[in-house]
Design a protein around this ligand. Structure first.
Ligand code: NAD
Length: 496
């Protein structure tokens, strides 16, 4: 059976002392092993990155950008292979995997503009014959730790821009589906990246803790669940590192009584059940304003969900695939059980999906739960499965209060025909990414991605303009060239 190794100094190395099973979630079978890096292996990767930094830092940004242009072409040429790897290890349907890859490629396209993005700021004559400018210098070795749910896209949020800015990178992908990130890293070497600039270590807590503690690592980007994000942020900060740690979510959609209900239902279907709800921007709560809107929404959703098809990643006629592991399948089902026990109504029940030929796959069918209340466990916690819960409220204010009171603040959306209500909503809601009749308001690559509250620890969001600031350090230089005519005596006060 294949064991997935690490990529250090451009070479795949084997360190198989500890390994973990990698599953094909559609079949429920173990398909490979992944090596779990020891502290020593991670230190080798950091050393490789540190050694590559002086030359890469001084490589002109235009030449760094040219590597990214070639990388983008290679990603496109290898799209089928990458999406197959994503499907096999994650379970998402091939066209959804293609969408993930496309979103990742858009981050590479943005990184191709790095000479423009690094131009800095310049002021002539800030004082007599004095000029001042700010430049943005790379940090050195930076690390990225990524989740299972976008095994190709989230790494592509991080390392292309970090590297284009002149840093060297150590990536620690999710150990549950590591192969696509490793393959993509090899493509970047094929595009001309010097050895050591990008290294990949597979592993678990031992690898992550080594990255968090090593003094040579200057900054850490993390995406994953909130408890781990908080741990990463606190530990990295305590060790003097810059850190951005993106966490979990509970994304609400408000359905106003004046909404185009058929449009809202179509959008909710894709946003709640696409990728089995394993998206940090999945809409998992529909807040219906008024009993009539709630009744209509639930009736129409129930009907629209009848033809939903859950099944193996390889059949593109399926709407969504399995969840990531058997344990996660049980966890999602546990949340549905708890909602039922706590008094909610299970309208469409996905707890026992029948997927012919894939009886051991980790499937959960699309589930709709009505009459959910804020005190229920299934409302408070992130389910991360194909489950849409309906909360009934009497006013838009009540709906907004619910969202503002929730610990997460990643994404949200309002369905309405009322521009004034939409404007009030987007202005006042305590959430980082807001949609108006747009269910998944994921920012494009030239904006930045980040939630509020416990969905993001740190000051800067992921990718886009914030990532240029995250992966660089400002240096401000003030210069004067004194000549005999302007030479002054000592000054002991600021000039006024
Ligand atoms: P996770 O937190 O379990 O794992 C993320 C990474 O952290 C992995 O690389 C893993 O190896 C590492 N890790 C796990 N436990 C650790 C520990 N105890 N110590 C150190 N490192 C550890 O997350 P996941 O299950 O892979 O991903 C799903 C979660 O990610 C969901 O909560 C989802 O909302 C979130 N997510 C958030 C965003 C966002 O942008 N906010 C995007 C994608 C996913």
């Amino acid at each position: 059976m294949t064991t997935i190794g690490h990529l250090i100094n451009g070479v795949v190395i084997e360190d198989h002392a500890r390994t973990q099973d990698v599953y094909n979630p559609s079949t429920g079978q173990v398909s490979k092993q992944v090596a779990l890096a020891s502290k020593d292996t991670v230190e080798q990767a950091i050393a490789a990155a540190a050694a590559a930094f002086p030359a890469w830092r001084n490589t002109p940004p235009l030449k760094r950008a040219r590597v990214m242009f070639r990388f983008k072409e290679l990603l496109e040429q290898n799209a089928e292979k990458i999406t197959a790897l994503i499907g096999e290890e994650h379970g998402k349907i091939s066209h959804d995997a293609m969408g993930e890859l496309q979103r990742g490629i858009e981050n590479v396209e943005y990184a191709c503009g790095v000479p423009e993005l690094l131009k800095g700021e310049h002021s002539r004559n800030v004082g007599p014959d004095v000029d001042s400018w700010s430049e943005f210098q790379p940090l050195g070795v930076v690390a990225g730790i990524t989740p299972f749910n976008f095994p190709a896209m989230v790494p592509l949020w991080m390392f292309p821009m970090a590297i284009a800015c002149g840093n060297c990178f150590v990536l620690k992908p999710s150990e549950r589906n590591p192969t696509s990130a490793l393959f993509i890293a090899q493509l970047l070497h094929e595009a001309g990246l010097p050895e050591g600039v990008l290294n990949v270590v597979n592993g678990d807590k031992e690898a992550v803790d080594t990255l968090l503690e090593d003094k040579r690592v200057q900054a850490v980007s993390f995406v994953g669940s909130t408890p781990i994000a908080e741990y990463i942020y606190k530990t990295a900060s305590a060790n003097g590192k810059r850190c951005q740690a993106l966490g979990g979510a509970k994304n609400h959609a408000i359905i106003m009584p004046d909404a185009d209900m058929d449009n809202a239902v179509n959008h909710l279907l894709g946003a709640a059940f696409g990728s089995s709800g394993e998206r940090c921007m999945a809409l998992s709560v529909a807040v219906a304003v008024g009993q009539e809107a709630a009744d209509t929404l639930v009736a129409k959703m129930q009907q629209a969900m009848q033809p939903l098809k859950v099944g193996a990643y390889s059949d593109s006629s399926n709407d969504f695939g399995p969840v990531i592991t058997k344990a996660h399948q049980q966890k999602v089902i546990g949340y549905i059980d708890s909602a039922e026990q706590q008094g909610a109504t299970i309208v469409v029940d996905g707890r026992q999906p029948n997927v012919a030929g894939y009886e051991n796959g980790f499937f959960v069918g699309g589930t709709l739960i009505d009459n959910v209340t804020p005190d229920m466990t299934s409302y408070q916690e992130e389910i991360f499965g194909p489950v849409l819960q309906v909360v009934r409220v009497n006013s838009m204010q009540e709906a907004m209060q619910l969202i503002n009171d929730h610990e997460y603040g990643n994404g949200t959306c309002i369905f309405t025909r009322d521009g004034e209500a939409a404007r009030y909503f987007s202005d006042n809601i305590q959430v980082g990414m807001v949609g108006i009749n747009v269910p998944l308001p994921v920012p494009v690559a030239y904006h930045s991605f980040g939630g509020w509250k416990r969905s993001l620890f740190g000051d800067l969001s992921a990718y886009g303009p914030d990532s240029v600031r995250f992966y660089t350090r400002r240096k401000t230089i003030t210069q004067r060239w004194p000549s005999a005519s302007v030479r002054e005596g000592a000054q002991f006060a600021f000039p006024s």
